[in-house]
Design a protein around this ligand. Structure first.
Ligand code: ADP
Length: 248
C-alpha cells in the first residue's frame, strides 16, 4: 500500500502550462482527520494543486490517491465530488433567495439529481445531520432567514454547511476567512476545530493568526513544490520561507 493509510497522497506530480512548470515534482500527503494549512506566495501553485485533486486539471505525470485504493487520476471532476471530496472556493455561493434551511436541504437534493428533487424529503438521519450542522456552522438561530440577508461570514459558514450535508471525507477550502471580521474569523476557527478528526481538511490561507489557531502542520508551497513543512513556528523560522516571503 503506497499511501501508508493517508487520506490524500500526491507523489511527484507535474503540471506545465505552455512549457511553464506550475507544479514541479510535488509530493504531499494528509492523514485521516488532519487539518492541513497550505501557505505560499502568489503563483506558488496552491490553486493548481487543488484543481488537480478535484480533477479540474490533469497532471502531466505523477500519482494522486484518495485513500489507499482510489486513483483520482482515473476519475472525472464530477465523479470526484461524488467520491467524497468537497471544495469551497473563496467567494460564497449560496442561494440568496432561499432560507438557510432550504440551502442545506438543497445541498442533499442536488446530490440525488435535480429531477428527483421535487419529490425529495429528508429522512430522519438527514434531519438529524442538518440539525447538527446548523449548530456547527453557528446558524441554529437563523434557520428561516434568507441567505441573502446573512453577513459575509455567515454565508461562508452556510456554504461550508452545504458541503457538510454531503458528509465529505476530505474538504478543500480556499481562503475561508478572507473578508471576515475578527469575530467571524474566531468563530470560523471554532468551526474548523470542531470538524477536525471527523473530516480531513486542506485549507489555503494567508491569515497567520487563524492558521496558528487551527493547524497542526503547515505546508509551504513555492514554485510548484513543497518548500517547507512543520508547525507554523517551525516554518516561520525557516530561512528559505523568510526569503520567499520577504526577499522577492
Ligand atoms: P497560487 O494559487 O499559489 O497563487 P496558481 O496555482 O494559481 O498559484 O498558479 C501557479 C502558476 O501557474 C502561476 O504562475 C500561474 O500564472 C500559472 N497558471 C495557473 N493556471 C494557469 C493556466 N490555466 N494557464 C497558464 N498558466 C497558469
Amino acid at each position: 500500500d503506497v499511501t501508508h493509510g493517508r487520506i490524500l497522497y500526491l507523489e511527484d506530480v507535474n503540471v506545465s502550462f505552455d512549457g511553464f512548470k506550475a507544479i514541479n515534482n510535488l509530493s504531499l500527503d494528509i492523514a485521516p482527520g488532519e487539518l492541513r494549512c497550505i501557505i505560499g506566495p502568489n503563483g506558488a501553485g496552491k490553486t493548481t494543486m487543488m484543481d488537480i485533486i478535484t480533477g479540474k486539471t490533469r497532471p502531466d505525470s505523477g500519482t494522486v490517491y484518495f485513500g489507499s485504493t482510489i486513483d483520482l487520476l482515473r476519475y472525472k471532476e464530477s465523479e470526484i465530488a461524488q467520491l467524497g471530496i468537497g471544495r469551497k472556493f473563496q467567494k460564497p455561493t449560496v442561494f440568496e433567495q432561499l432560507s438557510v434551511f432550504e440551502n442545506l436541504e438543497l445541498a442533499l437534493k442536488t446530490d440525488k439529481g435535480v429531477k428527483a428533487s421535487m419529490f425529495f424529503k429528508l429522512d430522519s438521519a438527514q434531519r438529524d445531520r442538518l440539525a447538527d450542522i446548523l449548530h456547527t456552522i453557528h446558524l441554529a438561530d437563523s434557520v428561516g432567514r434568507l441567505a441573502g440577508n446573512l453577513s459575509h461570514g455567515q454565508k461562508q459558514w452556510l456554504e461550508i454547511g452545504m458541503l457538510l450535508m454531503q458528509d465529505p471525507k476530505l474538504l478543500l477550502l480556499d481562503e475561508p476567512v478572507a473578508g471576515m471580521t475578527d469575530e467571524e474569523t474566531e468563530r470560523t476557527a471554532e468551526l474548523f476545530l470542531s470538524l477536525k478528526g471527523k473530516h480531513s481538511l486542506m485549507v489555503v490561507e494567508h491569515d497567520m493568526s487563524f492558521i496558528r489557531t487551527i493547524s497542526d502542520i503547515v505546508t509551504v508551497l513555492c514554485d510548484g513544490s513543497v518548500l517547507a513543512q512543520g508547525t507554523l513556528d517551525q516554518v516561520q523560522a525557516d530561512e528559505r520561507v523568510i526569503e520567499v516571503y520577504l526577499g522577492r
